[in-house]
Design a protein around this ligand. Structure first.
Ligand code: HEC
Ligand code: HEC
Length: 233
C-alpha cells in the first residue's frame, strides 16, 4: 500500500524505462556514451548529462522522440531523415508499442532526468537547483519522485517528495526544516513502530545542519510544494 501511494508520473516513467530497455542505450556504464557513427553528434546521449537541448527544445519534442524515434523537425527534413537511416543506433519508436498514459509517464521521467522544465517561480527553481547540487535526488529519486530501494525500512524504499506518503511524513514547514536540519522527525520518532524500522533500515536521512542555511532550506521547501502541485495526475 505504501508503495502504491508513492507512485507518480516520474517514478512510473522510471520503472517503465527500466522495463523497456531505455538504459541499455542511455545510461551506459563507466560514464561513457555508446559510439554512434553517422548520427548527428556521433554517440547515443547519456541521460542526465545536460544533452537534451542538443536534441529537443521542449517537453513536446521529448515526447515526439519517444513516440516516433526522432523529433518531427528531423523526420520532415530530408537530410536529417537520410542521416537517421545511416546511423548505427536508432532510437526506437515506442509509440508503436506503448499506450498514451505510458508515453506520458516516460516523457515525465525523461523531461525530469534531462532537466527540460525549469520551474517558472524563481525561488522554486533555486530550490530544485539546491536539491540537485546537494545530492537529495540520489536518495529521493529524480526530482524527488521517490522509490529508491531501502531494505529494512517500513515500505522497502525511500519516499520522495511528490508521492502520497509525503503528507504523513511532513505536516508543515517546521517538520520539513527538522527533517533537513536534524535528519529526523521528533513526532515520528515517538512512535515505537517507526523507531523499530528506523533502527533496521540501511539508509537514513543525513542531517544537513551547517550545510544548508534557513533561506536555502526554505527555497527547497517552496520547490517541493510547487512540484507536488504539478505532479497531481
Ligand atoms: C537502441 C537504442 C535506444 C533505446 C533502447 C532508446 N533510445 Fe532514446 N535515443 C537513442 C538515440 C540514438 C538518440 C539520439 C537521437 C539520434 O541521434 O538519432 C536517442 C534520443 C533520446 C532522447 C533525446 C535526447 C536526450 O538525451 O534527451 C530521449 C529523451 C530519449 N531518447 C528517450 C528514450 C526513452 C524514454 C527510451 C525508452 C522508452 C529510449 N530513449 C530508448 C537510442 C535509444
Ligand atoms: C543518503 C540518502 C539520503 C539523502 C542524500 C537525503 N535523504 Fe532525505 N531521507 C532519507 C531517508 C532514508 C528518509 C526517511 C524516510 C523514512 O524512513 O521515513 C528521508 C526523509 C526525508 C524527508 C521526509 C519526507 C520524505 O518524503 O522523505 C525529507 C523532507 C527529506 N528527507 C529531505 C531531504 C533533502 C532536502 C535532502 C537533500 C538536502 C535529502 N533529504 C537527502 C534519505 C536521504
Amino acid at each position: 500500500m505504501l508503495w502504491r501511494r508513492e507512485l507518480n508520473p516520474i517514478l512510473r516513467g522510471r520503472l517503465l524505462a527500466q522495463e523497456q530497455g531505455c538504459f541499455g542505450c542511455h545510461w551506459s556504464l563507466a560514464k561513457t556514451e555508446i559510439p554512434n557513427p553517422g548520427s548527428r553528434w556521433g554517440s547515443v546521449p547519456r541521460f542526465a548529462e545536460g544533452n537534451a537541448m542538443m536534441y529537443a527544445e521542449s517537453r513536446g519534442e521529448i515526447e515526439e522522440i519517444i513516440r516516433f524515434g526522432a523529433p518531427r523537425s528531423w523526420r520532415d527534413d530530408e537530410a536529417a531523415a537520410a542521416r537517421l537511416e545511416r546511423q548505427r543506433v536508432r532510437m526506437p519508436a515506442y509509440g508503436e508499442v506503448l499506450s498514451g498514459p505510458e508515453l506520458r509517464d516516460l516523457t515525465a521521467f525523461a523531461a525530469a532526468v534531462e532537466r527540460v522544465d525549469r520551474p517558472a517561480d524563481e525561488l522554486a527553481a533555486r530550490g530544485r537547483d539546491l536539491a540537485r547540487a546537494n545530492g537529495c535526488f540520489s536518495c529521493h529519486g529524480v526530482d524527488g519522485s521517490g522509490g529508491v530501494a531501502n531494505p529494512g525500512s517500513l515500505g522497502g524504499f525511500i519516499p520522495g517528495f511528490v508521492g502520497g506518503n509525503y503528507p504523513d511524513l511532513v505536516r508543515d514547514e517546521q517538520e520539513f526544516r527538522e527533517w533537513v536540519i536534524e535528519g529526523t522527525s521528533a513526532r515520528l520518532e515517538s512512535n515505537p513502530l517507526v523507531r523499530y524500522f528506523w533502527r533496521r533500515q540501511r539508509l537514513s536521512m543525513p542531517a544537513y545542519r551547517d550545510l544548508l542555511d534557513d533561506e536555502e532550506i526554505d527555497a527547497i521547501r517552496v520547490w517541493v510544494e510547487s512540484a507536488r502541485a504539478a505532479a497531481v495526475d
